[in-house]
Design a protein around this ligand. Structure first.
Ligand SMILES: Cc1cc2nc3c(=O)[nH]c(=O)nc-3n(C[C@H](O)[C@H](O)[C@H](O)COP(=O)(O)O)c2cc1C
Length: 358
């Protein structure tokens, strides 16, 4: 089978993965309305392209938190890459580095913070879940900083865990011997099978800190020098508060439709957030990005860059590091074509006038 777009990669990955792993990666919460909407909302937007502007030379690179990256697509944090491929997050990080972009490592990775840093020379961000055990949390932050990660991505849309019904039915757990490598020192590294529930749901409910509040951003700033990126914002007032609390960037995200079901599609939430932030810090967006035109739309509506979650996992499952490289390359080429066909030569030229009726 030819793998020429990101949807092909999902179909091919499905053939390779266990039902438990595929369902875990693919699922949204409850009725999966937000999961659907994240991509469908992109498909509803129509581009009013411009012509005759010499687009022979196109520059896809952007500047983000003081660093130039090759394209406005980053790798979103996703858990458990060894469910897709034995090389796990190390392979993903190598592919990101080769593509000249940033990988965000999940707290819940199978390769450790240090292993991933050693595997890849490219820029890395560390995604943080705050545990009730604040010492364990502090240790994660310290390790990421010591290993050279260049930003902390605090996920704020998962303080209460939504039900992914497939995971409940499959009694989701990590296969024997598979661990969350960052949490071995604190003894929080395994996800056991539960006889009537998702093991991950049980893990999160008992260990993540549901008291997390805006005041904790000061606590985080006090234990780390790293720029803080807040992931999981859809409300403009929250975005303003993030700026006021010193965030270096925000990510408009609904966790890929895995948390509050029927929440707003991220591309629909983006314009108001971008307006509220008003250029003070970069706004990023994730959820449902599957085509180059999706990236064009996100940038036109005020995002500096997008993050991609599931397609990276599909690439990893199909062909390890090479598969992730292929997924990133497809998206880069599609974006390049879409940029040129919009009459633009750089990401900065994408503006809201390209979108009819928004
Ligand atoms: C399998 C899977 C695991 C995820 N794990 C995490 C995680 O550990 N931390 C986090 O902040 N977000 C996590 N997310 C959410 C992603 O970072 C991102 O918001 C989402 O996947 C983007 O949507 P997309 O998959 O449609 O591109 C996960 C998403 C998926 C699909």
């Amino acid at each position: 089978m030819d793998l020429i777009n990101l949807f092909d990669f999902e179909a091919a990955a499905r053939e390779k993965l266990s039902a438990m792993a595929y369902d875990y990666y693919r699922s949204g919460s409850f009725d999966e309305i937000t999961l659907e909407e994240n991509h469908a909302a992109y498909d509803r937007l129509r581009l009013r392209f411009r012509v005759l502007r010499d687009v022979s030379e196109r520059d896809l690179s952007i500047e983000l938190l003081g660093r130039r990256i090759s394209m406005p697509m980053l790798i979103a944090p996703t858990a458990f890459h060894r469910l897709a491929h034995p090389d796990g997050e190390a392979a993903t990080a190598r592919a990101a580095a080769a593509a000249g972009t940033i990988m965000t490592l999940s707290t819940l990775s199978n390769c450790s913070i240090e292993e991933v840093a050693a595997a890849a020379a490219g820029p890395l961000w560390f995604q943080l879940y705050v545990y009730r055990d604040r010492e364990a949390t502090r240790e994660l932050v310290g390790r990421a900083e010591a290993a050279g990660y260049s930003a902390l991505v605090l996920t704020v849309d998962a303080q209460v865990w939504a039900t992914r019904e497939r995971d409940v039915r499959n009694r989701f757990h990590l296969p024997a011997g598979m661990r969350m490598a960052n949490l071995m020192t604190s003894g929080l590294d395994s996800i056991e099978a539960h006889d009537s529930d998702s093991g991950l749901g049980r893990y999160v409910a008992s260990l993540f800190d549901p008291t997390l509040a805006w005041s904790d951003l000061e606590w985080l700033a006090g234990i780390s020098q790293l720029p803080l990126v807040i992931k999981g914002i859809v409300d403009p007032e929250d975005a303003r508060r993030a700026v006021d609390h010193g965030a270096a960037a925000v990510i408009v995200s609904n966790h890929g439709g895995r948390q509050l079901d029927t929440s707003i599609a991220t591309i629909d939430a983006l314009p108001a957030v971008a307006e509220a932030v008003d250029g003070r810090i970069p706004v990023l967006v994730d959820g449902g990005v599957r085509r180059g035109t999706d990236v064009v739309k996100a940038l036109a509506l005020g995002a500096r860059a997008v993050l991609v979650g599931r397609p990276v996992l599909w690439g990893l499952a199909v062909n390890g590091e090479e598969g992730v490289a292929q997924v990133l390359d497809i998206l880069r080429k599609e974006f390049d074509v879409a940029l040129g066909l919009c009459g633009c030569r750089s990401c900065a030229e994408l503006d809201r006038d390209l979108l009819a009726g928004v």
